[in-house]
Design a protein around this ligand. Structure first.
Ligand code: PHE
Length: 491
């Protein structure tokens, strides 16, 4: 009903277009910075291997078997295989995460649009770290500007989706993905010449496990899902358009490999610049916007190269955004809406929700969720004069952090407040909760509720050994690993 990709290659291109996006270039470097580097990177790679790749195969397989939107596919397959009703909800949960993700994804993609303009104007010629930082701060403090950019990006996304995935997507991805790779290699060439290269390399690839917290492991797992577009139906929807005879094994490995490569190269570009210019690896979502302009400012022809680079990032984000919306749009189309109406509805709702993320970086920055307030006190013991330290934490589901910080404290007490903005909250519950949860259910469904024969017939993996390894992973390793990380992380 929705059309079939021209060939296995088109699927690889489209799935790579979905996988490679802001997750690789924007998110991976900054969460690596926040989670201490090497050990986190290693955890991320392990999660890709033991959870990402097996679940990706399972998810594409389900899509191709069902040949409908994830919501209808899961309803049909759950019924057919006598699985509990719970499993038919995988598609629904995915559609909801799709709205959440698209809403903030479009806001960040808006930043990359702004940077196309900033670079083209030559703003960063010879820029220092301070200049780059101030420029980014200026952008974030302007909600109307952010809203305009968010709106523009959502219109771009809606435009392609409305035209249908085939025409809208195939052409752009075929040309632009290779260009993005070329640009990344060029930038890598630059970063190798910076004095911080060795330090950047060590930061990414020296595994210091003392820096790893259970929270970082949850983030690594969540990112493996986010970056491969898993657990929410995007890849399932694309699988539904895959030619029947193509084998899943190599196809999926190719996509996962390309995606991982782009992330690692992005890291190798960013961190040397961070260390060469005395910037902070843990500077959060602004990391690439504060580092890359410095590189472009220093390169001959940097204005042009920088502009082209951000254009490519916009396109990478675009081809991902399309796939985020596809499950919900396909579902609406199956329910009788025209493709145009379905697109409008989905994009409008996500746009509306996105306003919350726009405001998270300025007007609502203080309004936070899941706030932990820790008060550390140091008192001198009355008799011995010895200093005694103690600390106490209070949890608030929601609080205004500026007001909280302004509340008077006893002498010798210090308060630290940590919470999540609206944007942080959506990012956290989608990547770190909903997507891995979707992944567990997908693995369990394919591993335990579908018969070995029907799975083998659909997967078309030629080597029986590889098939058996994969099936074993989907049955045991992936669900157990995801489950353990979950329980550890939430406790
Ligand atoms: N994988 C995309 C990225 O890394 C994001 C994405 C998430 C796409 C979920 C589709 C579904 O940018």
């Amino acid at each position: 009903m929705h059309g079939i990709w021209g060939s296995r290659w088109t699927f690889i291109l489209a799935a790579t277009g979905s996988a490679v996006g802001l997750g690789n270039i924007w998110k991976f470097p900054y969460i690596t910075g926040e989670n201490g580097g090497g050990a986190f990177v290693l955890m991320y790679l392990v999660c890709i291997l033991i959870a990402g790749v097996p679940v990706m195969m399972a998810e594409v397989l389900l899509g191709r078997k069902g040949r409908m939107s994830p919501i209808h596919t899961m309803q049909a397959l759950a019924r057919e295989n006598n699985a509990p009703r719970l499993f038919s909800g995988i598609g629904w949960m995915g559609a909801v995460s799709g709205f959440f993700i698209l809403s903030f994804y479009s806001v960040i993609a808006g930043w990359t649009l702004a940077y196309v303009g900033k670079l083209a104007s030559g703003e960063f010629a010879g820029a220092t770290g301070e200049v780059a930082k101030a420029s980014f701060g200026g952008l974030l403090s302007d909600p109307w500007m952010l809203l305009g950019l968010h709106t523009f990006f959502m219109l771009m996304t809606g435009f392609v989706i409305a035209r249908g995935v085939k025409h809208g997507l195939e052409d752009s991805v075929r040309l632009l993905m290779p260009m993005l790779f070329l640009m990344l290699i060029l930038l890598l060439g630059y970063s190798i010449t910076t004095p911080g290269f060795v330090q950047g390399w060590d930061f990414l690839f020296t595994f210091d496990f003392s820096k790893l917290t259970t929270h970082s492991v949850v983030v690594a797992l969540g990112h493996a899902f986010f970056t491969l577009s898993l657990g929410m139906g995007a890849i399932m929807a694309y699988g539904a358009y895959m030619p029947a005879q193509a084998s899943l094994g190599k196809t999926i490995l190719a996509v996962a490999f390309l995606d991982t490569l782009v992330a690692l190269v992005a890291g190798l570009i960013i961190f040397p610049i961070v260390f060469s210019h005395g910037l902070e690896p843990a500077s959060g979502p602004g990391l690439i916007f504060q580092t890359l302009p410095i590189a472009f400012g220093a390169l001959p022809g940097g204005t042009l190269i920088g502009t082209v680079f951000f254009v490519l990032v916009v396109i990478a984000a675009w081809s991902s955004a399309i796939s985020i919306a596809e499950p919900a749009v396909a579902w609406a189309v199956e329910n009788g809406f025209s493709r145009a109406k379905a697109t409008f509805g989905v994009c409008f709702l996500a746009w509306l929700l996105g306003i919350g993320s726009v405001l998270s970086f300025n007007d609502w920055g203080d309004e936070q969720f899941f706030v932990t307030e820790t008060i550390a006190t140091t008192v001198a013991d009355a008799s011995t004069g010895e200093e005694i330290q103690s600390s106490e934490s209070v949890f608030h589901l929601y609080a205004n952090t500026t007001e909280l910080n302004a509340e008077p404290l006893a002498d010798g007490a210090e308060r630290s407040v940590k919470g999540k903005t609206f944007f942080d909250l959506l990012d956290f519950i989608t990547a770190n909760v909903m997507m891995p949860l979707g992944g567990v259910f997908i693995a369990i469904f394919v591993g335990w509720f579908m018969s070995r024969e029907s799975v083998a017939a659909e997967a078309r993996v030629k080597s029986p050994l590889l098939f058996n390894i994969w099936r074993f992973m989907v049955r045991y390793i992936s669900p157990v690993a995801i489950f353990i990380i979950f329980v550890e992380g939430l406790s």
